[in-house]
Design a binder for this molecule. Structure first.
Ligand code: BG6
Length: 507
């Protein structure tokens, strides 16, 4: 049965049958996200019939061994479990192709295999290449696809590419990668994935703002005091991630992409239409309007930190520098908090606060919009209470939206208390939201790039990040703050708000 929840926001075009070729097929992303996403789409009846998957990776492996390995993990992580008959049917269309990423012959052999599969099934030669390998192979994969003639669409078919993160590690490398991508595939066939854009609640930001009459008139500096975006994770460096993470850090790993994308949805102007470029034109304007934070301002407006040993859910955990594969003298941040401004008419002088950290007290991502106080007459005069209305969009977990307002306490005295109007996706719609990758894979099969980042978005986001990274790695870097694992981050991040009389919202 088709999932009604997904249907309401489904791409405007129908997804088409194709062969999905996944580069990096034995990696964690393929195992834990991509294959379970495809399987769940099949289970919901949303996967185009006849769709095939080819896993491309370096290790020797038979189709059967690949299928067995995928089944095992899918049984562990699939949100709907695994149905034996359905898995059999699904996995018969999953194949394994062994090749080095640098070996052009491997791509030619892949081409021959794709042709055979198309001929046998009688379907159109539609190909969706998913670059999910380690980032050092991205260029090799793209260039070899081109050399083997696979990036060019065949008559009657299409050829598209999804590129995973990290999309570069600074503006220079992102530009260089974009040159390779655009030299291989047309921009219209390029899908730079950011899985946060596939989360239901992220998509709901636009609906909340532009489909309701009550919010948009207030969505500006006349009525909004400030905006907070928090992404808290209780995880540390599990799964051997320490090596990658220590060369990246919180700012590059999460802020440049996921959190700035959420910010763009919150701050953008209404698009002229819902076409991919209509929406992305407005998002890129937000990135271009970010007031740069440079030089000495970085120490004033940005806090970076590392966790020390502590305890999470009654479990003792080590500090960041003691994590596996992390340099014991590391100067990489596992936490970052920023205060910045967006120089547009709408947001003139409205502070935005954003924080992201590993090993915080609990997992949760939310955006909170803090409205200005009403005139200080009548009830709130000298009340000493925080009277602000706060609209919270909970991205995960427990997706939903809440509005905080003041109400009179029952009784003869005129006392007020904050109350919450609360909407939970799970109770209102009766089932959990689909995984972000499900939606995004379907969109790419449908040729809808609205929820993928365009070249200029990625590059403008990097410009903002590069200024901060340059100050951190320049002559007199600001200090590294510390916080115990299991806490809510370093005190320096609280001070970032306290100096203007504000506080972080407690999740
Ligand atoms: C990834 C980051 O892109 O997103 C990880 O590399 C992070 O460090 C993850 O943990 C968070 O994704 P989610 O969907 O669990 O919030």
């Amino acid at each position: 049965m088709s999932n009604p929840f997904r249907e309401s926001l489904l791409s405007r075009q129908a997804p088409e049958t194709c062969t999905v070729v996944i580069f990096g097929a034995t990696g964690d992303l393929t195992h834990r996200k991509l294959i379970p996403a495809l399987y769940n789409l099949a289970e919901d009846g949303d996967l185009p019939p006849g769709l095939r998957v080819i896993g491309f990776a370096r290790r020797e492996k038979s189709d059967e061994a690949f299928r067995d390995e995928l089944e095992k993990i899918c049984r562990e992580v699939s949100r709907q479990g695994v149905n034996d008959a359905l898995w059999k049917n699904f996995s018969e269309r999953v194949f394994y192709h062994q090749s080095e990423f640098q070996d052009e012959a491997g791509y030619r052999a892949l081409g021959a295999r794709l042709d055979t599969i198309d001929a046998e099934s009688g379907s159109k030669p539609n190909r969706l290449y998913y670059v999910a390998s380690a980032p050092e192979y991205f260029d090799d994969i793209l260039l070899n696809l081109k050399k083997a003639g696979l990036s060019e669409a065949k008559p009657e078919g299409w050829s598209r590419v999804i590129v995973e993160k990290p999309f570069g590690k600074d503006l220079k490398s992102a530009r260089a990668l974009n040159e390779v991508v655009n030299g291989t595939f047309q921009e219209k066939d390029t899908y730079r994935i950011d899985h946060y854009l596939g989360k239901e609640t992220a998509q709901n930001i636009m609906v909340l703002r532009f489909a309701n009459a009550i919010f948009e008139p207030l969505w500006n500096s006349d009525h909004i005091d400030h905006v907070q975006i928090t992404c808290a994770e209780d995880l540390g460096m599990e799964g051997g991630r320490g090596g990658y993470y220590d060369s990246s850090g919180a700012l590059r790993d999460m802020v440049q992409n996921h959190l700035l994308q959420l910010l763009a949805l919150v701050a953008m102007e209404p698009p002229t239409d819902l076409s991919a470029d209509g929406v992305r034109d407005e998002k890129v304007k937000v990135f271009r309007s970010l007031r740069p934070i440079r030089g000495e301002d970085v120490a004033k407006y940005v806090v970076r930190g590392q966790y020390t040993a502590g305890s999470i859910k009654n479990r003792e955990v080590v500090g960041y520098r003691q994590e596996d594969r992390v340099n014991p003298q590391s100067q990489t941040e596992a936490y970052v908090a920023l205060n910045f401004f967006i120089d547009t008419w709408r947001w003139s002088n409205v502070p935005f606060y954003l924080r992201m950290g590993k090993r915080l007290a609990k997992k949760g991502t939310e955006i909170s919009v803090h409205f200005k106080n009403p005139p200080q007459v009548l009830f709130n005069r000298e009340s000493g209470q925080d009277d602000r209305n706060v609209l919270v969009m909970r991205i995960q977990p427990d997706e939903g939206i809440s509005l905080r307002m003041l109400s009179k306490l029952p009784g003869a005295a005129l006392k007020m208390e904050a109350v919450k109007m609360d909407f939970h996706y799970s109770t209102s719609f009766g089932k959990a939201s689909p995984e972000a990758y499900e939606r995004l894979l379907l969109d790419a099969m449908a040729g809808d790039a609205t929820l993928f980042a365009r070249r200029d978005e990625v590059e403008n986001a990097w410009k903002f990040i590069d200024d901060i990274e340059n100050a951190w790695h320049g002559g007199t870097p600001p200090p590294m703050a510390e916080y115990p694992a299991g806490s809510w981050g370093p005190p320096e991040a609280d001070e970032l708000l306290a100096r203007s009389g504000r506080v972080w919202r407690r999740l």
